[in-house]
Design a protein around this ligand. Structure first.
Ligand SMILES: C[S@@+](CC[C@H](N)C(=O)[O-])C[C@H]1O[C@@H](n2cnc3c(N)ncnc32)[C@H](O)[C@@H]1O
Length: 449
């Protein structure tokens, strides 16, 4: 077994070429590559990373699984390389993005091109002549500050009127995605990396914006990208199935021992709130009507969220034979900052225990799904909770071994990730000492033969 332990002192000594066994350790290329660049998302890895694994592991047409598909980096790359894919994703907006991307080669793009011209005509005709849009903003969507200025809102509603009248469902999904993937740009909110008001981030509000231009540009980019990959020999031959439900329902959707390789990045133990951060998308696309609709998603989310477990009494590790170091760490976390009420160590201990309980369920899902001798590659970030370092890669590996999987390797992909707001508020990353470094690893787990 090749094991590069993420002992943080040794990170300093790694040469750049050792820091990753893979080609794009900065994960930046997704922003530049056709199809991958359509929808921004916290991805975990780049298409080059996925390609490297598929080239290394698969010779003939095979089935690639992503249990936490996000906006589909794994599945897009797998299908472009001539493989079939299965992806689970609980967030309906991300699932929409994934579905549009992996089915893009089957779409009638002439129809999309025609409708882009019609949108421009409709918009230019209506925007300056006193037209009253029929569409309304989603009634259940509340925000601390007006999400759009009145001028921008009218433009957005004109575009909604057009999208709602599109007859072809697939073309309509492309337009919805072009709107949703740009909608925050012209709002009074921004990603820092969590969604907050522009004013809180020191940015000025957006009074007016060329809304049509940015959406039309996105649509034209999509058309050009499809033309660019159009010559791909596999386009049209492969299939990817996007399942808009939790991976924990795996038995309902996939055959036992049917998967040739899994490449995935689950949510990290950093409480990045995928649901809250996509509230505008979920409401405006009609996936969510009121706050109660998001509750089930929050509970199904891998590891839950700190907000959903912080007020419970002690949440314990519930799987057989938990690693002793993990039991000790959670017990220690529970004793910290007791005077802080819901912000005390107990809430964070509950969150960590929920997260590792889900690591066990995840490992069991892989044990069920993988063919004998097949591997899962899992990109995962470590965490710092209340100043306590949690090496998630090591704990996940140990937990997976308890599920009967073999640990093949742990490699550090990237060190000193930018911390999210929760981590920054407790332990400023810049001030953290060498034992408080953030890093991401890829863990390879194998189904025994
Ligand atoms: C780190 S992101 C994956 C990003 C992905 N690699 C990509 O290229 O876009 C983790 C994803 O897991 C999803 N997720 C969380 N819990 C899930 C669950 N129980 N089943 C399926 N997906 C889940 C989140 O909505 C999020 O999109």
């Amino acid at each position: 077994m090749q094991l590069k332990l993420p002992f943080l002192a040794s990170l300093e000594e790694l040469k750049p070429e050792d820091k990753s066994a893979f080609s794009d350790p900065s994960f930046a290329s997704n922003k530049l590559l056709p199809v991958h660049r359509w929808v921004p998302w916290i991805a975990g890895f780049s298409s080059g990373f996925v390609r490297g694994i598929i080239e290394d592991k698969l010779d003939e047409r095979a089935i690639v699984l992503d249990p936490f598909a996000g906006v589909g980096t794994t599945l897009v790359e797998a299908t472009l390389m001539g493989h079939d894919g299965i992806g689970f994703e609980i967030n309906p907006y991300a699932a929409l993005a994934c579905r549009v991307k992996v089915n893009a080669h089957k779409l009638n793009w002439q129809d999309v091109r025609r409708e882009v011209s019609r949108l421009q005509e409709f918009y230019n005709h209506t925007v300056s002549n006193g037209y009253s849009p029929i569409s309304k903003p989603p009634s259940g969507f509340r925000s601390r500050k007006a999400f759009y200025s009145l001028t921008v809102l009218r433009k957005v509603l004109i575009i909604q009127d057009f999208i709602n009248r599109l007859n072809n469902e697939q073309t309509q999904e492309v337009f919805k995605l072009a709107f949703a993937s740009t909608m925050v740009h012209y709002s009074n909110y921004s990603y820092e990396p969590s969604l907050g008001t522009r004013s809180a981030a020191g940015k000025s509000d957006i009074e007016d914006f060329p809304v049509l231009d940015i959406i039309a540009e996105k649509l034209n980019r999509m058309i050009l990208d499809i033309e660019e990959i159009g010559d791909n020999i596999y386009a049209g031959l492969t299939n990817a199935r996007i399942i808009n439900s939790s991976f924990f329902d795996y038995e309902q959707h996939i055959e036992a021992n049917s998967i040739d390789v899994a490449i995935t990045s689950p949510p990290y133990l950093n409480n990045y709130h995928y649901i809250r951060n996509t509230r505008p998308h979920l409401y405006w696309l009609g996936f969510v009507k009121n706050p109660n609709d998001t509750k089930p998603l929050e509970h199904q989310n891998f590891g839950k969220y700190w907000q959903t477990v912080r007020e419970l009494d002690a949440v314990n590790l519930t799987f057989p034979d938990p690693p002793v170091e993990l039991i000790d760490k959670i017990a220690y976390l529970r004793t910290l900052n007791l005077e802080r009420g819901i912000y005390s160590g107990n809430g964070w201990a509950n969150y960590a225990a929920s997260y590792f309980n889900d690591c066990y369920r995840f490992a069991q899902g892989l044990r069920y799904a993988l063919k004998p001798g097949s591997s899962a590659f899992i990109v995962i970030g470590n965490s710092i909770l209340q100043g306590v370092m949690i090496p998630t890669d090591l704990y996940l590996s140990k937990i997976a071994e308890r599920s009967g999987l073999e640990l093949v390797s742990i490699n550090i992909l990237r060190a000193t990730r930018v911390g999210n707001s929760i981590i920054q508020s407790d332990v400023r990353v810049a001030k953290a000492d060498s034992s408080h470094r953030l890093y991401e690893s890829v863990v390879e787990l194998r189904q025994p033969r």
